[in-house]
Write a protein that binds this ligand. Structure first.
Ligand code: ADP
Length: 688
């Protein structure tokens, strides 16, 4: 193990000046809310303070993060500050990656991992302190954890301390939720930030951000520039355009420039570059997603360019459809973004929207994820806790989801046998809850184990979880040619193609060159291999009865992939579609039938729908220019019959325990509609 590099010189952070106050509050109360500006030291210092004050003698300190990238980055920083190798006293655990050991006493983990840990250890006895960090992000899992902590505090009386930290959260609301627990406000040292507004919304926000960035570089004194973009694609474009324009700058700045991207899917070695100070006489341009709003604090920023948009995934329970929309940020987000400019000295924020839009059109705060996500996984989790008094519709949420989305989750779980017709969790449901996969894939694995094709199903689950994207919609000839050289799914669809691709790579010994030759992301493919190995271990631990994981060589005995397709049909019983005879396209089968098309990236391409299979299951429904099914697999009619029977019997009142609570007065769809209206066409932002 290499010895860690010495801790960097560190200015005293605001939170350290309040150490005694924090410790006194934690000593005296089971729950404490800590509110402090981004960068005040909540994520990196709170755990160290409590460690120093002896809280790790009785158990470890868990610090949850909504984002994987933050869990990794912050734990690395804390290990460095303490001068210990990462993975020893300080470690992290994110889905499919555990870098902790028996010695770990400060553990950073995603909120989802902590939820999963609570399944095998309901009282979370291994922890003396649980810090729910970044609660203002209002991630779905943090919201569930808030409800869970409330119960845990009662169960563990005096031996558990819970801290909830936030940069912006309405502290009183959380305090009220926890029966009036104390709220500590850590005053920040934020310098004034001058805000400049555009006269109108730009038609192209990348171009407008570029011009502003070049202006700053040419006219402003030294100081780094943080530019908020909506996602990886925009960031990539922005980085290359900005580098090009800086090079061509005629009456140039007298400073050098360094352009750095920052987003969640950046490889770790590139992520850390933003934490290194700028070289002498050099201005850094950090082009980031909203991960730089509060999750990661980048020092040295004096100028912020805010396009006013964010990419948000939204789920509509009445259609079962996801959309990835570029939507307007909330006022809270806009203020966070501006605040990044004032951490070290007075700064400037260029808002690429008029003040009237900020005041009148932006929502006050971001809609919590629980009100814009599919809740099937969360409801299954809550059911599996076996809490005596739990009626899902009445679970104690900080902001409850709509009844419609809870009922949607119950129906989905029923169709894939995770709960029975009375809403009780089944044996299958219990196994599914323990697998770190979405319910449909977990169900597929269980069925595959029964049918004797677990090995193949594990590969499919791993590849889908690693989110390998085949860049198959690429229009250039080169991309098309590379794609044609890949296996074609034998006419059965995308799941089978993904399986065949992985198997081809496996057969040639996991050669990275093969991936790049075929336009596949090497990192994604490697990740799917790791994920597969881990899923193998997990399922062998959980699944009752023998698993056929090791019987990998037997795969050739199922030439039509019948077993695997059948397992997929059972797993995705809630995501089934039937081809229409007189129209192009499919309609989804079930309680929310609607017209959908096969996504253009599917391996099942064709001009005439008549050539498509009669029944398919799909991995997800997404709405872009129109409703599409992404990743589909052909299934047989005979396998569909039992699902249709279940649909006939489906009675949502029974599923929800006969609860006759009135419908929400303000259903989720209203809020989603508002967001959807504000969504702009992503293509608008394209720079030619
Ligand atoms: P908060 O949680 O209150 O937003 P943090 O504890 O994340 O604050 O950050 C406190 C300080 O630690 C900041 O100055 C930030 O730049 C620094 N820091 C945090 N993470 C890292 C990292 N991975 N590398 C270097 N510095 C970091």
């Amino acid at each position: 193990m290499p010895s860690p590099s010495p801790p960097p010189a560190q200015p005293v952070l605001p939170i350290s000046e309040h150490e005694d106050e924090i410790v006194a509050a934690v000593d005296a109360n089971p729950v404490v809310v800590v509110i402090g500006e981004t960068g005040s030291g909540k994520s990196t210092q709170l755990s160290q303070i409590l460690h120093r004050r002896g809280y790790t003698r009785r158990g470890a300190i868990a610090v949850t993060q909504p984002r994987r990238v933050a869990a990794v980055s912050v734990s690395r920083r804390v290990a460095q500050e303490l001068g210990v190798p990462l993975g020893d006293e300080v470690g992290y655990a994110i889905r499919f990656e555990d870098r902790t050991s028996e010695r770990t006493c400060i553990k950073y983990l995603t909120d989802g991992v902590l939820l999963r840990e609570s399944l095998s250890n309901p009282d979370l006895k291994q922890y003396s302190v649980i810090i729910l960090d970044e609660a203002h992000e209002r991630s779905l899992n943090t919201d569930i954890l808030l409800g869970l902590m409330k119960r845990l505090i009662k169960a563990r009386a005096s031996d558990l301390k819970v801290l909830i930290t936030s940069a912006t959260l309405d502290g009183l609301k959380v305090s009220k939720f926890f029966s009036g627990c104390p709220v500590l406000n850590i005053p920040g040292t934020l310098f004034p930030v001058e805000k400049f507004y555009s006269m109108e919304r730009p038609t192209n926000y990348i171009e407008s951000s570029l011009r502003t960035a070049i202006d700053v570089h040419a006219k402003e004194p030294p100081g780094d520039v943080l530019i908020f973009m909506t996602g990886k694609d925009d960031i990539d474009k922005m980085v290359s355009k900005l580098e090009e324009r800086i090079q061509n700058l005629q009456e140039g700045s007298c400073m050098d420039a360094l352009v750095l991207p920052l987003h969640g899917s950046l490889p770790p070695e590139l992520q850390v570059r933003v934490f290194a100070p700028a070289p002498p006489n050099c201005r850094r341009f950090i082009v980031a997603t909203n991960v730089a709003e509060t999750s990661l604090t980048v020092d040295g920023v004096v100028f912020v360019i805010d396009c006013g948009y964010v990419k948000q995934r939204q789920y509509n329970p009445s259609t079962g459809m996801y959309s990835l929309d570029v939507v307007q940020i909330s006022r809270v987000q806009a203020d966070q973004r501006a605040g990044r400019a004032g951490r070290t000295r007075p700064g400037k924020c260029y808002r690429l929207y008029p003040m009237s839009i900020y005041q009148k059109e932006f929502l006050e705060a971001t809609v919590p994820e629980i009100q814009r996500s599919s809740l099937a996984g969360s409801v299954l989790y809550l059911k599996s806790l076996n809490l005596p008094d739990i009626n899902i519709l009445k679970f104690d949420f900080l902001d409850p989801p709509s009844r419609e989305s809870l009922e949607d989750a119950l129906r989905q779980l029923y169709l894939i046998d995770a709960i029975d017709e009375n809403g009780q969790i089944t044996d299958n449901g219990r196994i599914m809850a323990e697998l770190p996969l979405e319910p449909s894939l977990s169900r597929t694995l269980i069925e595959a184990n029964e049918l004797g094709c677990l090995s193949q199903a594990l590969t499919v689950a791993a590849v889908l979880s690693a989110e390998i994207t085949l860049r198959s919609t690429r229009r250039d000839m080169d991309g098309k040619r590379k794609r044609q050289e890949l296996p074609d799914g034998s006419g059965w669809g995308d799941h089978i193609q993904l399986l065949q691709i992985f198997e081809s790579w496996d057969q040639i010994g996991y050669d990275p060159k093969w991936c790049s030759d075929h336009d596949l992301q090497v990192r994604g493919m490697k990740l799917s291999k790791d994920v597969r190995n881990q899923l193998c271990q997990i399922i062998q631990k959980i699944a009752k009865g023998p698993t056929d994981v090791l019987a990998r060589k037997s795969r050739k005995s199922d030439p039509d992939y019948r077993k695997l397709r059948r397992a997929l049909c059972v797993g995705y019983g809630n995501q089934l579609a039937e081809r229409m005879l007189h129209h192009n396209g499919y309609h989804t089968v079930g309680y929310r039938s609607q017209l959908v098309q096969v996504h253009p990236s599917s391996v099942l391409e064709g001009d005439e729908y008549g050539k498509f299979p009669m029944y398919v299951v799909y991995h997800e429904l997404i709405s872009t220019t129109r409703p599409y099914m992404r990743n589909i697999c052909a299934v047989d009619q005979a396998w569909v019959e039992p699902i249709l029977k279940k649909l006939e019997k489906l009675d949502v009142n029974r599923l929800s325990g006969g609860s006759s609570a009135p419908k929400d007065s303000e259903p989720l769809t209203d809020k989603q509609e508002i967001s959807a209206k504000r969504a702009i066409d992503v293509k608008q932002s394209e720079v030619d």
